[in-house]
Design a binder for this molecule. Sequence first.
Ligand code: ZN
Length: 175
Amino acid sequence: MPEPLVHFIIPFFVLVSVGVKPKRAAALAALAILPDFDVLIHTHRTFSHSFIVLLALCVPVLLSLRKLRPEWLEDAELATLCLLSHPFLDMFCYYTAVLWPLFDKSVWIYAEAFVNLSSLHVSFQFDVKLLSTGLEPPNIDVPMITSTGVGVALLLLAVMALCNLRARRAGGRRA
Ligand SMILES: [Zn+2]
């Protein structure tokens, strides 16, 4: 399941890729970690991971900003997308209550493919698994850092650094 580093680095990479400055992108992407602070109140992956709840919190803010502070609206929209990216990624890794309270089942979109190297037999499984949503904490270990997450983060940072270097070189040639 995605650890905080992965929840941060993916929206950060996307934001920088679409032209958001790295400092601003980092501040916005950090919001994608917030839903996992639900572990502090022992309700992991329940209401804090619901698209419905997150939208119910964000949409009134967006509507208010549209009238009162339109210059803040873009940041608020990007912040909302960063927040929503969290349950989106989680539901591909484990049961997540993405539609609570409208739907009282936690959803796990499960896909895997394996190939047997000696027979070259390929097996593929795709399933949408459902589990009753409870507000009690699931008895699972939650990774804080994994080697896969560190590898993905380093790779995405290297791509960003390379793109930045190429842009600077192109700018230098034009000057
Ligand atoms: Zn989570």
